[in-house]
Every structure is written in structure tokens, then in C-alpha cells.
Design a protein around this ligand. Structure first.
Ligand SMILES: *Cc1c(COP(=O)(O)O)cnc(C)c1O
Length: 246
């Protein structure tokens, strides 16, 4: 597709997404500034990413480090100084932890203490402090990844398990993230988002070494409900770029 066609389509989609974000913020009496839109560029071409950047998006998310690494050098060349921030949102294999530290600006998907320790070690070697979120499974459905936070007992255990994060001084723990189950009615995701916010509030009380500010929740099908329930980061792909060929 011609670059200017891609640009027009993405800009029109983005206008609609932006309007929906504004309305959700208004319903929840929140400032638009409290919500960061992360455009999820997995499977998208470089041209689409550049078009999105041209429509003033500055936060992009990928779920595989290979895809991030493939896009970065080209973007550095075509965007010059005005580089976006990259969010790593997918599962991280431990042997790729160093590459994620090198490529990502914020990691949403820290899903075990083992991975946290590894990321901290590589961040130390790189002389960086890396902002991270902890991926939590709050829905109780059998999810592949994430800290178990689905029951009161699990949350008690989680508080104890996460106490060691304080000693990982090269990670800046900003909050938590979840993947809600796929639902047809976005209202069905609401209890999951409420639960995530409650887990965040518990961790904030129990582990005051961080402010636990961020809640990364909500995607194309449910981001408005997520914003109403306190999301500070929404991760949106299809509503901006169209359906994925998967
Ligand atoms: C793909 C993906 C998204 C975006 O999904 P859409 O339905 O395209 O909005 C958000 N978060 C994660 C972790 C993803 O892998």
C-alpha cells in the first residue's frame, strides 16, 4: 500500500481511538494526560510505524524482541532525533533478557522473580535503571504467563515473593500489567480490570519502595472499560492499524 494511503488510514483510525479515549476519561473524570496510548506494532511494516509516528504517536509496543531489534535501526535513520519510546509487552525468554534490556524503554511483561533478577543484572551491566511492570494473572483462567494474583491467598503469597524486588536496584518498578481474557462484551473484562487495580493498591500498601503508579490494561476490544477502571497505559493494535493477518 502506498505510504500516503497508509498514513491517511492510520490517522483516521487514530482520530477515532483518541475520541474514544477522551470520552472514557470524561466518564471517569480523569485527565487525558493520565493515560498513555501505546500503539502495538507487532506484524506491522516499518512504513506503518513511520505513518503512526507521523500522526504524532510516540509510544510503540512489540511482543517479540526480534521485531523490536529489526525496526530500531531503520527508525533511527528515518526519524532522526525524534525517537519514540519502545514498550516490550510480550513474554521474555530468559536467554533474551539482555537484548530486551538493550532495546526496550519500558518492560511490561516481567512475569517471574527469576526474570526480574536477570533483567536487573543486565541493566546493571549496561549501567541503566530499567522501568518495568509486573505481569499479573488476576482472572483465574489458566494463563500461560504472569504472577498468580487470582485469589486472596495468591495475593498474600505474591506480596511476600515480591519483597525481594527492593534489592534489585537497577529495576524501577512502576506498576503492574495484565492480559484480560478475550471476551465479546467489553463489560465482561471490567471485573478483571477492577481486580488488577485492587492488586496494585495492595502492593502499594505492602511494598512502599515503589509508588506502583502504573496499570497497563486494555486493548482494542476493551480499552474504554480499562480506562474507566484506572488504566494508565492502554496497548492498542487493531483499532489503529486494522486487522492483523494471523
Ligand atoms: C497484540 C497485543 C496487544 C494489542 O492487541 P489489539 O487487540 O490489536 O489491540 C496488546 N497487548 C499485548 C500483550 C499484545 O500482544
Amino acid at each position: 500500500m502506498a505510504q500516503n494511503q497508509a498514513y491517511d488510514r492510520i490517522r483516521a483510525n487514530l482520530d477515532r481511538v483518541e475520541m474514544r479515549i477522551l470520552r472514557a476519561c470524561a466518564r471517569a473524570q480523569r485527565d487525558r494526560d493520565e493515560v498513555t496510548l501505546v500503539a502495538v506494532t507487532k506484524t506491522r511494516t516499518l512504513g506503518e510505524v513511520i505513518a503512526a509516528h507521523g500522526s504524532s504517536l510516540r509510544h510503540f509496543g512489540e511482543n517479540r524482541v526480534e521485531d523490536l531489534e529489526a525496526k530500531l535501526p531503520h527508525l533511527r535513520q528515518s526519524l532522526g532525533q525524534d525517537l519514540p519510546l519502545w514498550h516490550m509487552i510480550g513474554h521474555i525468554q530468559s536467554r533474551k533478557a539482555a537484548r530486551v534490556v538493550a532495546a526496550a524503554d519500558l518492560i511490561h511483561s516481567v512475569d517471574s522473580m527469576r526474570l526480574a533478577r536477570r533483567l536487573d543484572r543486565f541493566a546493571q551491566e549496561a549501567e541503566r535503571v530499567v522501568p518495568v511492570l509486573l505481569q499479573c494473572n488476576v482472572s483465574g483462567e489458566v494463563a500461560k504467563y504472569g504472577f498468580d494474583a487470582a485469589t486472596p491467598l495468591a495475593i498474600d503469597a505474591l506480596e511476600a515473593e515480591l519483597a525481594d524486588l527492593e534489592s534489585l536496584t537497577h529495576l524501577d518498578v512502576r506498576g503492574i500489567m495484565t492480559m484480560a481474557p478475550i471476551v465479546t462484551d467489553p463489560e465482561d473484562a471490567r471485573p478483571v480490570f477492577v481486580r488488577l487495580r485492587e492488586v496494585r493498591d495492595r502492593l502499594r500498601d505492602a511494598l512502599p519502595f515503589s509508588d506502583w503508579q502504573d496499570l497497563s490494561m486494555g486493548m482494542t476490544d476493551d480499552f474504554e472499560v480499562a480506562i474507566e477502571e484506572g488504566a494508565t497505559l492502554v496497548r492498542i493494535g487493531r483499532a489503529i492499524f486494522g486487522p492483523r493477518n494471523e
